[in-house]
Structures are given as C-alpha cells and as structure tokens.
Design a protein around this ligand. Sequence first.
Ligand SMILES: Nc1nc2c(ncn2[C@@H]2O[C@H](COP(=O)(O)OP(=O)(O)OP(=O)(O)O)[C@@H](O)[C@H]2O)c(=O)[nH]1
Ligand SMILES: [Mg+2]
Length: 447
Amino acid sequence: MTGSDIIAAVSTAPGRGGIGVVRVSGPRLKALISGIVRKRVSPRRATLADFIDSHGSVIDRGIALYFPAPRSYTGEDVLELHGHGGPVVLQLLLKRCVELGARPAQPGEFTRRAYLNDKIDLAQAESVVDLIEAATTEAARSAMRSLQGAFSQRIGELLDGLVELRTLVEAALDFPDEDVELIRQSDGAGRLSRLKAKLADVLSVSQQGSLLREGMRVVLAGQPNVGKSSLLNLLAGEELAIVTDIAGTTRDAIRQSVSIRGVPAHIIDTAGLRPSSDPVERLGIARTWAAIEQANVVVLLVDAAQGDVAADQDILRRLPAGLPRLTVMNKIDLLARAPALERGKDGSTVWLSAKTGAGVEFLREALLEAVGWQGGGAEGLFMARERHVHALELAQQHLEQATRQTESLELFAEELRAVQTALGSITGEFTPDDLLGEIFKRFCIGK
Ligand SMILES: Nc1nc2c(ncn2[C@@H]2O[C@H](COP(=O)(O)OP(=O)(O)OP(=O)(O)O)[C@@H](O)[C@H]2O)c(=O)[nH]1
Ligand SMILES: [Mg+2]
C-alpha cells in the first residue's frame, strides 16, 4: 500500500446520462462514507441511500458501493456513488467528497494507484486506456487480452528464460575456472537462441498489436481527376469529398477513419499533383506532400484508361524512399477489364473501379499486406504500444550484441543485463533486487 491521500473524481463521461458515478479511493474511507451516507454500507453490496450535503440536505438518491482494501480496483479503500447522471448533481457529490477530505484526482490516478499497489503491471495499466480508446472491435478485444495479462505473460516468459541464462552466466563469472564448461553443460547457446526466437515472435505480435492501436495512415495521391476522392468516398461508404470531372477539385486534404477488416485506417484524400500557377491549388499540393511524409502507406492512383504516363512516373520518383506504396489502376469499368491484384517487387498494383466498387476488396487486401498485417483475425493478438515495440527492439539489439560477445563473459553478462532492463521497462516490475532474489533462489552460492 502507498501512504497516499484520498482522491475523488466523476468516473462517468461528461454530459447527461441515466447514471453517473463518483469514485473515491484512499486509505480509510469510513469517515468520508459516514459523512455522505447515513446508514451502514456493507462491503461489496449495493446500498440504496440518500447522499447528504454538509447541511443535511439530500443531493441525490442512489447506490453506494464500498470495496475495502485490498480487494478493490486500486488496492485501497474504494467508494463508488452511483447517482443520476447530471453534471450539476455529480459536481455537488464531488464537492461533498472534497469537503470530507478528498482531493480531485489527476488523470489516470486510480489506475496509477492500482499499478503502485501491484494490482496490475504497467502494460496492463496502459491497456486500460487502450480498451477505452479502442476504435474497432478487434482493437477492443486485443486491449482486453492485454488487460487480462496476455502480453505481460509473454514478457514474463521471456524474462524467465533470460533470468535462467543470466543465473548461469553470473555463476560462471563467480567460478572462472569452470565458466566455459559450466555454460556448455547447461546448453547456454541453445538457451540463447531459443530466447532470440521467442523474442522475435513477441516482437512480431506486438507490432501487429501496435498497428491495431495506432491504425495505418493511408494517403491517396495522384494526378488530378484520377478518382482519389471517388475512392475515399467508396472506402468511407459515404459522399464525404466532392467529386467532379473538373481537374483540381480537391484543395484541402480530407481525412476519414475507416476499419479495414478490423484494422483502423486513416484515409487521406489529397489535392491532385500537377504543376499549377493557382496559389490556392499550390497550397493544396504542398499539403499533399506533407501528408505523404506522415503516411504509413501511399496509394498512387492512375487513370487506367490513360495508362501509366510520365506524370505518374514523376510522382513515383518523388515519393520518400522506403515508404510502402501501392498503385491503383482506376476506372477499369471504362476498359471492361476485370479487377485484379498483382504483387510486385516495388509494391502491389490493384485494378479497380472507384465508380462501381469492383476490385475494392483487392485494395483492402493490398493495404493490409503493405503495412505488414499478418491477418488471420486478431485472435491471439494483444494490444501493444509503440513504447513496447521500441523496448522489444532494444532488447533484441542487446541480445544480438550478446551473441557477438564470444570473447568476454563480462561483456556478455552486461548485454544480457541490458536486455532485462529493456524487457522490464514494459511491465515496470523487474528490478535488480528481483534478479538477486532469483539468483539466490536457484543457486546456492554459499555452498
Ligand atoms: N468511369 C469512371 N469514372 C470515374 C471513376 N472514378 C472516378 N471517376 C470520375 O472521374 C472524375 C474525377 O473524379 P474525382 O474522384 O473527383 O477525382 P480526383 O482524383 O479526386 O480529382 P482532383 O480532386 O481534381 O484531384 C469524376 O467525374 C468521377 O466521376 C471510375 O472508376 N470510373
Ligand atoms: Mg479529389
């Protein structure tokens, strides 16, 4: 338990609703409870009660729920007052709690206390936010899996394997005469390569999870009139952008978030790229290039009826190197050509019609492929953040460096320690003290 003060906040969304909840957490809430509710509130039972202000007038009538420490969300005493969901009523309830010794909670402070009191680890705490912010069903499901500990468990398994290896290495350092032999006998090399394989696996799943959380930024680019706005409207399922046969219709970038088989995609329709002397159009074109800089994948649209012309080649050449790209040959209805997906070295080409919708499924497939989505649904995925991906990549780098340290056992041990620090930063729980504990537990040094 942390020796913290009492915090209180309205936990339901702002605005009006059927029910509103004020949540309070802190050490010893008994006095606060009796200042608001004039009857006994039994632990973990719904108690219908009047909520009273300092003059004894009734603020609201609702349900009081009391969760004594440590069996609560935060691990401290927690009180929930379920009243009517009006902003004024809820503010009055909050004010009453503050009069009775609470202070307004900081953002995320309840979950932070849950973490500090070991109710959940850091990755789980983060997945609480991810669950609330999930933009698609798949994102919500994978956030829930992280919250239940699926991600933390995978990190835990990695740490277990690592600690075993480190224990060996530390022992070898303590008994220099036997070091190489000891590590050979205990299959040190085998352990190291299994650890690498496992880490690569977790990293790949985490990258997928991170994609689910952040979504992909897709920029539709190309010459004027090739059908970018038509394609945005098709993907969005509504007429968001103006479509005309006048070249240079779109000026401002238009953004819309859609779900592509459960993966959030932020689609950006842009001003057509061409030399222009119109100052407004030039500003629009500058924005197109700015959007391309931020993209995860760029879709170059080409009018299939005209074919891939020099202007399209110019645009292709100006795209940032290394940025995943797709080519869409649009308007196949004019050619009576069948939709198709052709995979090539420099990105796939999709033949479709933004007007009839033929071939759009191929585009969805190609987009998912371009950002490295491995498909098969989100089953088995867990929500991960860029922070986690970075930490895993760092761990991977140190593991690679460890592999190259064949000369010095000290440097090898040092790299392994760095791997552990990186992994431990994900769950926020593994400190050097824990490592010492592990070593003592497994090896009898005093023997
Ligand atoms: N036949 C046919 N016409 C299309 C197709 N897609 C777009 N068009 C037509 O092409 C014209 C231009 O379409 P837009 O979607 O406005 O093109 P854009 O690329 O956004 O053009 P700008 O905003 O000017 O850069 C319109 O008349 C559309 O109806 C298609 O697949 N088939
Ligand atoms: Mg347009």
